[in-house]
Write a protein that binds this ligand. Structure first.
Ligand SMILES: Cc1cc2nc3c(=O)[nH]c(=O)nc-3n(C[C@H](O)[C@H](O)[C@H](O)COP(=O)(O)O)c2cc1C
Length: 348
């Protein structure tokens, strides 16, 4: 493969989304094969038990590379977990020359971003919805369910509100969330990894209060007064309620390869949305908690049971992984998350 092409493919991989912009992967390239590793330092946190968030991000990275390679005229062979003893060696990719195709999605790779502003405009048409479903179904076990019926929407919003509130009521989850936000850079600059405050779309008046909530002792007191629910509503349920489209990405397989495929499906859905001019924001908390891998405290167990029931009534025997709100955002572009340079992704 031409050196310039591999650089373009690796750069496309880096543009993939990841929970809290953690960018939890590393590259090892020997001139022919690319080993893709989960980055030990950037994965395995409390919300990432069993590497579900990491595997979703690595799936998105793999898909970006496959789509970019295809546009350059290569077919990508992907082999998952080629070494059974190395759980962090997620995949090996190799390329053979072929016809170039799939450039529509490739063109969307640099434009795709997470937009947290709201409200968004519609309509999200039947044709849009079908195009996104078709992308989600490119993998054996994945699907995209639209929450169009009023009852499904009501359940979806209740689920989002409960799951997001829990992030502000549980010390370990609160610390994980706030430690990924780089308050130290202020509300204008963009950090190369993690969440830059500028990308959070928090109203100017609320910013000083929000940054003080980093203190668990303060958050704990305020949660006692119901602030956790208010934050959950503002962070997820309200933007989702005002979104013209709400859907949930599901999988029938939650082993690690099933989750990686779901990450690939997520990326295809998101790129297709970008191609259609639609914005998207994923919400991971409800899927992550209801999968049941996270060691939640005893006090959270009744809440977890309630969330599992809501998720089951939405997805039946499938597992809901991410809720996505979809719609047309304002024409102006929001501040975009940063990325580390390519060299920082190379495994030492
Ligand atoms: C697995 C996964 C989970 C995510 N969960 C959330 C979430 O719960 N809330 C949110 O606002 N963004 C979520 N995101 C979006 C990321 O925060 C976003 O992709 C990242 O900050 C990089 O920004 P970009 O998508 O604009 O490149 C998630 C992304 C992924 C891949």
């Amino acid at each position: 493969m031409i050196e310039q092409d591999i650089e373009i493919i690796l750069a496309a991989g880096i543009k993939a989304p990841s929970a809290d912009n953690s960018q939890p992967w590393q590259y090892e390239f020997d001139g022919h094969n690319l080993k893709l590793w989960a980055d030990k330092k950037r994965s395995g946190g409390i919300s990432d038990e069993r590497y579900v968030l990491t595997d979703l991000a690595l799936g998105a990275t793999i898909e970006n590379m496959c789509i970019q390679a295809s546009a350059l005229g290569y077919t990508t062979n992907v082999s998952y977990f080629p070494d059974e003893l190395q759980v962090m060696h997620v995949a090996t990719l190799s390329w053979v020359v072929s016809e170039s195709q799939d450039s529509q999605l490739a063109q969307a790779i640099p434009r795709r971003h997470c937009d947290r502003r709201f409200p968004w405009k519609g309509p999200v048409t039947k044709e849009h919805k079908l195009a996104l479903v078709q992308q989600a179904r490119k993998f054996q076990h994945t699907d995209l369910l639209w929450l169009d019926a009023p009852e499904k929407r009501r359940i979806g919003l209740a689920l989002l509100a409960q799951a997001e509130a829990l992030r502000f009521r549980t010390q370990a989850l609160h610390q994980e969330l706030f430690s990924s936000i780089h308050f130290e850079i202020g509300w204008k600059k963009i950090a190369p990894e993690g969440l830059s405050p500028a990308t959070l779309a928090i109203e100017s008046l609320v910013r000083p209060i929000f940054s003080r909530l980093k203190s668990w002792s303060l958050m704990k007191k305020l949660a006692f007064l119901g602030m956790d629910k208010m934050l959950g509503f503002r962070a997820a349920a309200l933007p989702a309620r005002l979104a013209p489209g709400l859907c949930i990405l599901t999988t029938r397989s939650i082993d690690r390869t099933g989750v990686i495929d779901a990450g690939r499906a997520l990326q295809r859905v998101w790129l297709q949305a970008t191609h259609e001019g639609l914005s998207a924001q994923p919400f991971a908390a409800s899927g992550i908690y209801t999968l049941g891998f996270i060691p939640l405290s005893k006090e959270a167990l009744p809440q977890l049971k309630s969330m599992k029931d809501l998720m089951k009534s939405l997805c039946g025997e499938q597992h809901g992984l991410l809720v996505l709100r979809i719609g047309f955002a304002p024409a102006t572009s929001p501040p975009k998350s940063g990325r580390r340079p390519l060299e920082a992704f190379l495994k030492p």
